[in-house]
Ligand binder design. Structure first.
Ligand code: NAD
Ligand code: MG
Length: 287
């Protein structure tokens, strides 16, 4: 069992960094044993410098994959992810830049294919949020930027990646429990996450005939830099209750997410496509 994380009031600025997290996050359980589920696969994971993406990167490496990692500007966090992937005996390619830029997305996929000779798993995970409690004061530019980061980037990356994917390759999109419960202070973010669920379903139907599976993961509250940089920046006290409203009464550690990504990336989920996994502490969402 993963113990409840005691989170105190704290604040960061976006995009946030792991170094300032108190307490530090846990990315993989010491007793997690790899069994070659992703042997010699190549994965591209966006936003894997930190948080959920970093956990997925380390788990993929322990399962035998080489991993390319994109990050916005968190150089120090990205270098640490690279060190952790390499400690598992696999290669790690770091690609820094802004996923709102279609050209950068295309270039990122090209770099992965050039470096590793192919691509098998695309994890569209990078994302951002911003607390806004009143739609009438939500700036147009904020709305557009949230969609550009969370949704448009997925389109650009997936479009560039699909020609390289084939039989048994997979795409995994990170959505959120918020797509299902609709918190009143994250309307733009929640709308992007709903779009990601529908994107996943429709894209799955389009490519499943080629043997490519497309699924989503809808995490509940997870202890990552995104939270002190957004909820904490809005009101540091919001973090003290982070996760308390889940049936398990706590937030997850990133190490509780990585195995979900392994499952959907590997043949263990060979009959699953167009679906969403719900690692959310027990919240029943029926979707
Ligand atoms: P995180 O801050 O560790 O990771 C998000 C990453 O996205 C950052 O590391 C950053 O490099 C990247 N990113 C942000 N804007 C970018 C841009 N414009 N261009 C390129 N990269 C950019 O936080 P996390 O919680 O691990 O977030 C990962 C995903 O999980 C996000 O999509 C988030 O919405 C989702 N999620 C998180 C939670 C949670 O409670 N932490 C819950 C549900 C869903
Ligand atoms: Mg980060």
């Amino acid at each position: 069992m993963v113990a409840k994380t005691e989170i105190h009031a704290q604040q960061q600025t976006l995009p946030g960094t792991e170094r300032l997290m108190e307490p530090q996050a846990i990315f993989i359980r010491d007793d997690y044993r790899g069994s070659g589920k992703l042997e010699n696969k190549v994965a591209l994971i966006t936003g894997a410098d930190s948080g959920i993406g970093r956990s997925a990167a380390i788990h993929f490496a322990r399962e035998g994959a080489d991993v390319a990692v994109t990050y916005l500007s968190e150089e120090e966090d990205a270098q640490e992810t690279k060190r952790l992937v390499e400690a598992e005996g696999r290669h790690c390619l770091l690609i820094g830049g802004d996923l709102r830029d279609a050209e950068f997305c295309r270039d990122a996929v090209a770099q992965v294919v050039e470096t590793f000779g192919g691509l098998n798993v695309l994890v569209n995970n990078a994302g951002t949020q911003w607390v806004s409690e009143d739609l009438t004061t939500l700036e147009d530019v904020q709305w557009e930027q949230t969609f550009a980061t969370n949704m448009h980037s997925m389109f650009y990356l997936t479009k560039a990646a699909l020609p390289h994917l084939g039989e048994d390759d997979t795409i995994i999109n990170t959505t959120s429990v918020n797509a299902y419960i609709g918190p009143d202070f994250l309307v733009d973010y929640t709308a992007t996450k709903g779009a990601i669920v529908s994107f996943t379903r429709s894209l799955s139907n389009q490519v499943v005939g080629r043997g490519i599976r497309v699924n989503a993961i809808a995490p509940g509250p997870v202890w990552t830099p995104l939270q002190p940089a957004t909820l904490g920046a809005h009101d540091p006290q919001m973090l003290e209750d982070f996760g308390a409203d889940t049936p398990m009464g706590r937030a997850a550690q990133p190490c509780e997410l990585g195995p979900c990504y392994v499952f959907l990336a590997s043949l263990d989920s060979s009959f699953i496509s167009g679906q969403t996994l719900h690692p959310n502490g027990g919240t029943v969402v029926n979707g």
